[in-house]
Design a protein. Structure first.
Length: 228
């Protein structure tokens, strides 16, 4: 099996192309070092990027100069979808947290595929809309003044079917995502634990009473698998 065939098979496992016929779609690969900034352009053209290996942090700067981590992008996650068909550039900063390989699909190639396969176009556009809606609600959440509400929002929206949230970036990453200090995070976690709404360790948080959390959660995000 050639590398190109392997990469096409990989594409079929991603959210964007799962269950779809990728055919002879053309794409490019880019290897980035830890700490490198990530672009949504490949060979000078706006593109969608899909992480093959590694990890990318998506951050944004607030009006008061505070940097917030909006999301971590892991293998099979994509970025660049919100601006690929506009003249605007990405509003966020993307940086590799380790050596990372990215698969790029250029805008011109994507348009070519859309003309050939309307079913694939509808599938991808549906995902685009879901991710844009998620980002909108994420921004609304970050504008919530209450740290308790931010934490409740995060827990409700990121729990799996068993009510578990795995902290892949630890408490530090969670603080960055919520835009709060470690002291504030631990205070609110302890408050929720005392009310028997959650249990937590260094690696995970387990929801025991989701109805209690929803009393404080103002927004309900559709999916944790969103990117820029």
């Amino acid at each position: 099996m050639t590398q190109q065939v392997k990469d096409l098979e990989f594409l079929k496992t991603t959210e964007l192309f799962r269950g779809m016929n990728v055919g002879d779609m053309e794409f490019g690969m880019c290897s980035l070092k830890k700490g490198s900034l990530v672009s949504n352009r490949y060979m000078g053209e706006k593109s969608i990027g899909i992480v093959v290996t590694g990890e990318i942090a998506v951050s944004s700067v607030t009006q008061d100069g505070k940097e917030l981590t909006m999301k971590r992008i892991y293998p099979k996650d994509c970025f660049g979808i919100c601006t690929i068909f506009t003249h605007a550039e990405m509003p966020n900063t993307l940086q590799c947290m380790c050596n990372t390989n990215v698969l790029y699909i250029k805008k011109s190639e994507l348009l070519k595929v859309f003309k050939r396969d309307p079913e694939l176009m509808l599938h991808i556009m549906t995902i685009f809309n879901k991710k844009i809606l998620f980002l909108q609600k994420k921004i609304e959440m970050l504008n919530t003044t209450s740290a308790k509400a931010r934490l409740a929002d995060y827990l409700v929206s990121h729990a799996n079917s068993n009510g578990v949230i795995y902290l892949r970036t630890g408490k530090t990453g969670l603080c960055s995502s919520l835009g709060i200090s470690r002291a504030t995070l631990y205070r609110e976690l302890d408050n929720f634990r005392l009310s028997k709404a959650i249990e937590y360790t260094d690696q995970k948080i387990v929801i025991r009473d989701v109805s209690h959390l929803r009393q404080f959660s103002r927004h309900h995000l559709d999916s944790p698998a969103a990117s820029c």
